[in-house]
Design a protein around this ligand. Structure first.
Ligand code: PLP
Length: 464
């Protein structure tokens, strides 16, 4: 099919996620149809090449069409594509669980920690499984009263009803509030927009010059303490809240607040759907915070960004609370749980992640990103430039001195990213926060091209 034919049929039959219909169907807007990929490049049906600046919505780790992952999927396809995981098992799942547990906890034989892997399909289902595990586990351990969940403002854990309930993104969730179960929130640990940060804006990551007494952590600790023995779990995207606007936490926040949750006997549920698999520079954000949760949700990069597969890891204590009478079964699962193709891709991806050459590549990418990030301060509408590992966020503001945002109707972030396509870059903003989150294989020259495309797009939309 030609590009025109694809777009015509798409507009006639399809419905896209997180996409305003009016914009998608606007004749003055031309959607891009992707035909293939190669490393960090996406190639359109009409032959244009674009750099994949957000790793295909934060999923791709090693680039597109990686020979090792392709080979692992092909090899598995020659055995079987899928069989049920209800009452059956298979080698790809068993192998992956073993590798995943070792990746999460290299010294697991010596220490207690995450010991069980429950597979599902995506980030939302990983979180849904996690919250249900926690509730049922408490109910089966004589603590029925533990039904409260607490998480930071702006939290996003996916679009299923349970995952939405744990989140605090009103623009996404407001229509569903009447059917969501009530949860509580604390202020987001966002240094750039923190009412307790007395520092004047500087040309640096707001976390590096913050003047405060770490009130965000103290307030969270107080809320956790108040919830006491009614708290089921403290739920956190450690280090980076992606959909909140790549809000990057002051280091130590996850560790302090998790310790507070443990003190009141609650579970710690980490959502590392975005931060997992090296994205913030360490294997997982919980490693950087030196704090293992009781339940850990992984998805997006689990398969290297090739196939939908997710995992919820839990402690042995939680697993054991489902033992005994069959009525204590975890009545939860999906038709495609532990899909063998997904498991094979994930094993290949984990292997790559730990190979010396990939580790060097990833370190180089992070360093180059740090160097290039400073260039964004030349734009007067850049208010904050923050980086955590291989994630770079550039927050656009109407006024740098007062940190005042643009009105949301202007859709400044979306316009800049749309224009960036003309300069060969595909990425997606979160509100007015521009995001660069490239595959680890991105070459220094390609990274420079991504940064240059963003500069040109900002200049076109907001002036030099
Ligand atoms: C932190 C976090 N959790 C959960 C999700 C939901 O994942 P999925 O879209 O795979 O359901 C996302 C998606 O962006 C996310 O960023």
């Amino acid at each position: 099919m030609t590009s025109e034919e694809i777009i015509h049929l798409d507009r006639r039959n399809l419905w896209h996620p997180f996409t305003p219909n009016s914009l998608w169907l606007d004749p003055s807007f031309t959607p891009i149809s992707i035909a293939s990929g190669e490393g960090p490049w996406l190639i359109s049906t009409d032959g244009k090449r674009y750099l994949d600046g957000n790793s295909s919505i934060w999923t791709n780790l090693h680039g597109h069409r990686h020979p090792k992952i392709n080979q692992a999927i092909r090899h598995q396809l020659d055995q079987i594509a899928h069989s049920s995981f209800l009452g059956l098992t298979h080698e790809p799942a068993v192998r992956l669980a073993e590798e995943l547990l070792r990746y999460v906890q290299p010294a697991r034989e010596e220490t207690p920690g995450l010991r069980r892997v429950f597979f599902s399909d995506d980030g939302s289902t990983a979180m849904e499984a996690g919250l249900k595990m926690i509730l049922q586990s408490f109910a089966q351990s004589g603590q029925n009263q533990r039904t409260q969940f607490l998480s930071p403002d702006g939290a996003y854990h996916g679009d299923t009803v349970g995952a939405m309930s744990l989140g605090h993104r009103d623009s996404f969730h407001r229509h569903f509030r009447p059917v969501l179960f009530p949860t509580k929130k604390v202020m987001a640990p966002s240094c750039y927009r923190c009412p307790y940060n007395r520092a004047k804006p500087e040309n640096a990551d707001a976390r590096s010059y913050r003047k405060c007494n770490f009130e965000c952590a103290t307030l969270a600790e107080e809320s956790i303490h108040q919830a006491g023995d009614r708290l089921a779990a403290w739920v956190l995207e450690p280090r980076v809240q992606g959909a909140a606007g790549m809000v990057m936490h002051p280091h130590g926040y996850a560790a302090r607040t998790s310790a507070a949750a443990r003190k009141v006997g609650a579970r710690v549920l980490f959502d590392e759907v975005l931060t997992g698999f090296g994205r913030i520079g360490s294997p997982l954000a919980c490693h950087a915070e030196n704090t293992l949760p009781d339940v850990l949700a992984l998805a997006k990069g689990l398969t290297g960004g090739y196939l939908p597969l997710a995992a919820t890891l839990a402690t042995e204590e939680i697993f054991q609370s489902f033992g005994g009478d069959p009525s204590r079964t975890f009545f939860h699962g999906h038709s495609y749980t532990a899909n063998p193709l997904g498991c094979a891709a994930a094993s290949a991806s984990l292997d790559l992640l730990q190979s010396p050459s990939e580790i060097i590549q990833q370190k180089r990418l992070i360093q180059n990103l740090t160097t290039l990030a400073t260039s964004f301060w030349t734009h007067r509408h850049v208010g904050d430039v923050r980086q955590e590992g291989a994630i770079l966020a550039i927050e656009l503001v109407a006024d740098r001195t007062s940190r005042s945002p643009f009105s949301s109707e202007k859709r400044v972030g979306a316009r800049v990213c749309q224009t960036a396509r003309e300069f060969g870059l595909i990425t997606r903003p979160v509100g007015d926060v521009l995001v660069l989150l490239p595959p680890y294989c991105t070459h220094p020259d390609e990274l420079e091209k991504m940064v240059s495309a963003l500069h040109q797009a900002i200049a076109r939309e907001l002036g030099p």
